[in-house]
Each structure stands twice: as structure tokens, then as C-alpha cells.
Write a protein that binds this ligand. Sequence first.
Ligand code: C5P
Length: 222
Amino acid sequence: MSIQITIDGPAGAGKSTIAKKLAQKLKFRYLSSGLFYRGITLEALKYSIKPNDSDKLIFLVKNIDMHLENNRLIINGEDVQNKLNSEDINKNVSSYCLNQKVRNLVTEKIRDIANNSDIVLDGRDIGSKVLPNATLKFYLTASDYTRAKRRYEQLSKDMDIKFSTILEQIRERDEQDMNRKIDPLVVPDSAIVINSSDMSIEEVVDKMVNYLNKLGVVIYEK
Ligand code: C5P
């Protein structure tokens, strides 16, 4: 069986940066599961399908060819990776990912990838639902203020955006992701919780590597 390391947690906790670095260190594959939900949101918005129009949404998901090439999302032959972080998608993705059938289809895709390669994955329900028997599970969090500050520093380089707007969006997304009925964001059973509010990226990665060493997962330095 492949080695599977899951990193779940709220928006802006640094999951993707950390998961990518950890995967690089281990020479494992990296997968951001949110990419699929973002891709579905992109397509649904394109065809003006509402999040609660279940039939149309499922039809759409079943009929698009959505896969990864070099970790970039390809939908119907088009590389859409650069379109997945727009304001529009950030605002809407939490509503489109509420549909159970859509989630089941995405879950199948993720399991398929994870069962075929040693991998680090990040998301909201990876350790709790998608891969409950993963080799090691982490739950990465930080205060909402810290998470908003990090995102602001990243985004304000390229766009004119207010800190207060980002903080509000983070709080809204937390509210939706943690309180939804279907696959809510929870600390998975037996997950190691890391609060990164006062930690650098390297410190978090080192901490994870220490846990992996204890498990006997071999670490390859770059
Ligand atoms: O991780 P990312 O910010 O790209 O995820 C976008 C959104 O997709 C999340 O806010 C969440 O609503 C949804 N998501 C999910 N389950 C996952 C990954 C993401 O519901 N495993």
C-alpha cells in the first residue's frame, strides 16, 4: 500500500505550502484536493448552474473530463489552473462542494490517485472521510487573524484588497466548512494537531518530519 500523509485544516492555515514542501522533502506526490472543488465551481459558474441545482450539477460533474497533469488541473483539455483562485471562486466554492454526490465523485478520484502513489494530500475531509486509514494524519490550524494576515500578505502584492475583507471571507469559509452537515471540517480521529500561529513554515515541516521519522518513514533530504 502507498504511504499517505493527510493535512486537513481551515482556510489559510498554510496547508498547501506545507504539504508541498513536505512532499518535496519526501519525494512524494502532492495533491491539493480543493483543486477539484474549485474546478467544479469554475465550470458551474461558467454555465450558470446554481449550487442547489443538484441534477444539473451532477450532470456537469459526470460529463466533464477533469484530471491532473503535472499537478495542474485540466478540464476538457484546457489548463484551468490559473483560474482557480479568483475572488469569484473563493466566494462560491464552499457552496458548490456541499452536494453529497459531487463529493462522492471527487472522493473516488482522490482515492484513486492516493492508492497509486506515496502522497501528501491537503483538504478538509481527507483524514476523516477520504482516507481514514492514512499512514499519518495532521490537522493544521492557526488563529483566524493569523490566517487572514498571511493571505493578505500574499494577495495584496497583486491586487487591491482590504485586510478586513479577507478576514471576513476566512470567517465565512470557516463557518461554512465547519458547520456543514456533509463531511464537515473536523479533527480526524488520531490526527496530530499543529497550531502554526507562532511557527514558521520550516518549523511546521520539521515537526511533521519528526513524527514521520518516529514512524520509520524514510526522509530523503533534497
Ligand atoms: O483547500 P482549498 O482552499 O483549495 O479548498 C477550497 C474549498 O473546497 C474549501 O473551502 C472547502 O469548502 C472545499 N473543500 C472540501 N473538501 C476538501 C477540500 C476542499 O470541501 N477535501
